[in-house]
Design a protein around this ligand. Structure first.
Ligand code: ATP
Ligand code: MG
Length: 230
């Protein structure tokens, strides 16, 4: 059991290319993300943002260099990494089961009361409470019961219940209208303020809320600074 006391993420000199390709997606990249830091990662489509996120989660291994979390190589965590780093993807996946089970993924032992608490935080309590079967309502195969914004809120509820110290948001608001996007970002940053947030985005909306913004280009960090400096 790997218990970590600090959650600094240290990325040292990593290079990475996908198997069977020669293009280096990331090259000699260095980055330290402090405990509770709010970091935005920007860069064009194809610049390697999601690849970096996947490497940080330990789902891919760098060809060269190391990534550590609290001083321990992420590769050593195996499945246990999900206890430390939660992820919200671009198109959050909903499973064909009850709302309750969808929220409890990764923390199956959570009580209904805890589930209601996180649903309240993300602003879904009233809507779900109004469904005839409440928490036991089945989520359709295609998740049609939920709008884009609601799906993201449900994914956030999942992450809040998992209570990981680090949360990775990979373009969690893509495809939403600007007002819904801003509302969701406000909810994200309000509910996750005690955690490390790594937020991948390709536009500047909301970056003023971050401690630091970095740009990835040609596999490397091109610019880094506070939102005010950029
Ligand atoms: P976007 O903003 O569009 O999400 P991104 O910055 O997240 O882009 P990545 O998804 O990290 O970019 O992709 C970086 C590069 O790696 C791209 O050239 C992409 O084509 C390539 N790539 C991504 N996934 C794979 C894969 N599984 N196999 C081979 N190449 C891949
Ligand atoms: Mg991406």
């Amino acid at each position: 059991d790997l218990t970590i006391t600090d959650t600094e993420i240290k990325i040292s000199d990593i290079s990475f290319s996908y198997e069977g390709t020669s293009k280096l997606v990331l090259e000699d990249l260095n980055l330290t993300i402090h405990s509770k830091e709010k970091l935005a990662i920007l860069g064009r489509s194809g610049s390697g943002k999601s690849t970096l996120a996947t490497l940080i989660r330990g789902d891919l291994q760098p060809d060269k260099g190391t990534i550590t979390l609290g001083g321990i190589k992420t590769a050593e965590f195996g499945d246990q990494i999900t206890k430390s780093i939660g992820v919200i993807h671009q198109a959050p996946y909903l499973f064909r089961t009850t709302i309750l089970n969808n929220v409890r993924i990764g923390r199956e032992e959570a009580s209904e009361e805890e589930v209601w608490q996180v649903l309240d935080k993300v602003g879904l309590k009233e809507m779900i409470d109004g469904l005839p079967e409440g928490l036991l309502t089945m989520v359709d195969e295609a998740g049609l019961r939920f709008s884009g914004g609601e799906r993201h809120r449900l994914a956030l509820a999942r992450i809040l219940l998992q209570d990981t110290p680090v949360v990775l948001l990979d373009e969690p608001t893509t495809g939403l209208d600007p007002i819904t996007e801003q509302q969701l970002l406000d909810t994200f940053f309000d509910t996750l303020k005690d955690k490390t947030i790594i937020w991948i985005t390709h536009h500047l909306q909301g970056v003023h809320m971050m401690d630091r913004v970095i740009f990835i280009e040609d596999g490397q960090l091109e610019m880094s600074g506070s939102p005010q400096e950029l």
